[in-house]
Design a protein around this ligand. Structure first.
Ligand SMILES: Cc1cc2nc3c(=O)[nH]c(=O)nc-3n(C[C@H](O)[C@H](O)[C@H](O)COP(=O)(O)O)c2cc1C
Length: 385
């Protein structure tokens, strides 16, 4: 079973990721890992912290001479801002200072203060912060490396920011660099420009913006996931993983919500034979039928709510005085949809890697590849592909 755990606070000394269940012999490239973490930091609309902060990575276990050992992989990401936070976030004795007593609507602050019985929302927000998604990126990067060995490629792009909606088609893996080069990771140049302007306007108005992104997984073999139990259905696993990203409030697979208003005759992907090969002319299902991949590209869309830390704060109550007040202001992003899309890639990659490993197993990467090739061949023989 492939699994990962993360630990660490946003302004603590470091984040830690432990990934267990990777086969032996998978390449782990520190510079590739660093590049993936950089992708998560970028995107127009992110706060100043993203340009200050560097991700200093150290592999602590599970890798020897650039390859996994089959044992748990442990990775440390040092917080380069730690010296400034040493006192406030000290794991040993220290002075808290500047306690956060005015919870932000839309953040974890109030529910966490009440649940964990604290007057200082910093005890909560430090872990609720999306900084934790840097640690997830470590696991996602390893998942992507494994998926690449089975021919699976993952790409994401931004579909909308605020009310600006891009005209898009499903991006191919070859377009990944072009998407990354765009300030908002959008393939429609006109919409991209308008999105940047919308973010500027929001920043000027001390407001924030959300949006929608899509993650696409190409060349996923048919039959990943299963129909036999609710917790083995691939759509369940994908939706849960993507929904776990902070600020994601809606997830759809394929044409999702739109298809609810479509008659059945126009909602499905007819099965046809083209030049002897069984295939589909459409992909409304987004590559998943009956909880299993169906061999089409997997498309997962996610709706991100606007960032809840506002420079023009919303109304709240100070939890120590009980009086009406304004929510606390932390250094914050105006829009993080492009970065969230990168995190979406990591979560989709991790789910697929776990399910691919469940299907093909293999203690070594060579065993894994052999099983994948044999299975792909058997399916191709049956479908004429
Ligand atoms: C990549 C990324 C960056 C984020 N940046 C911020 C931020 O700068 N400020 C903020 O208040 N929330 C930010 N969020 C969202 C919060 O982490 C999230 O709203 C909060 O933890 C409450 O969880 P919920 O929105 O899922 O209910 C970000 C989310 C993601 C995915």
């Amino acid at each position: 079973m492939l699994r990962f755990l993360t630990a660490g606070e946003s302004h603590g000394p470091a984040l830690v990721t432990i990934v267990e269940g990777l086969p032996k012999g998978l390449d782990v490239d520190v510079s590739g890992l660093g590049a993936e973490l950089t992708r998560r930091r970028h995107g127009y609309g992110r706060g100043k912290r993203m340009s200050i902060e560097q991700d200093e990575i150290e592999i602590l276990g599970g890798v020897r001479h650039g390859k996994t050992l089959g044992s748990p992989v442990a990775v440390l990401i040092r917080n380069t801002e730690w010296p400034r936070w040493r006192e406030i976030m000290s794991p040993g004795p220290g002075a808290a200072g500047n306690e956060v007593t005015r919870p932000r609507p839309g953040h974890a602050d109030l529910a966490g203060m009440l649940k964990y019985d604290t007057d200082d929302a910093r005890d909560i927000l430090e872990r609720a912060s999306a900084r934790e998604t840097a640690a997830r990126t470590v696991a996602g990067y390893m998942a992507k490396t494994l998926l690449a060995r089975s021919g699976i490629r993952i790409v994401s792009h931004v579909i909308s920011i605020g009310d600006i909606v891009a005209k898009t088609s499903v991006p191919e893996p070859g377009e990944a660099d072009k998407i990354d080069a765009d300030p908002v990771r959008c393939l429609d140049p006109q919409a991209s420009g308008e999105m940047v302007e919308a973010i500027d306007r929001a920043a000027e108005a001390k407001d924030t913006l959300g949006g929608v992104f899509e993650v696409v997984a190409h060349s996923v073999p048919v039959g990943i996931g299963s129909h036999v139990q609710y917790d083995r259905r691939l759509d369940n696993l994908l939706a849960g993983a993507v929904m776990s990203i902070p600020a994601i409030k809606g997830v759809e697979i394929g044409d999702g919500f739109e298809i609810a208003a479509t008659p059945g005759s126009a909602a499905h992907d007819e099965i046809v034979r083209v030049d002897g090969t069984i295939s589909r002319e459409t992909n409304r299902a987004g590559g998943v039928e009956g909880g299993m991949s169906n061999g089409q590209p997997i498309r997962v869309r996610a709706a991100m709510k606007p960032i809840s830390t506002l420079m023009q704060p919303l109304r709240t109550v100070d939890m120590t005085t009980g009086r009406a007040d304004q929510a606390v202001r932390e250094r914050s992003d105006v829009c993080a949809v492009p970065a969230a899309a990168v995190v979406g890639e990591q979560m989709v990659a991790f789910v697929l890697a776990a399910e691919v490993l469940r299907k093909f197993g293999g203690d070594s990467i060579a065993d894994f590849e052999t099983a994948v090739v044999a299975y792909r061949q058997r399916v191709a023989d049956r479908t004429g592909g």
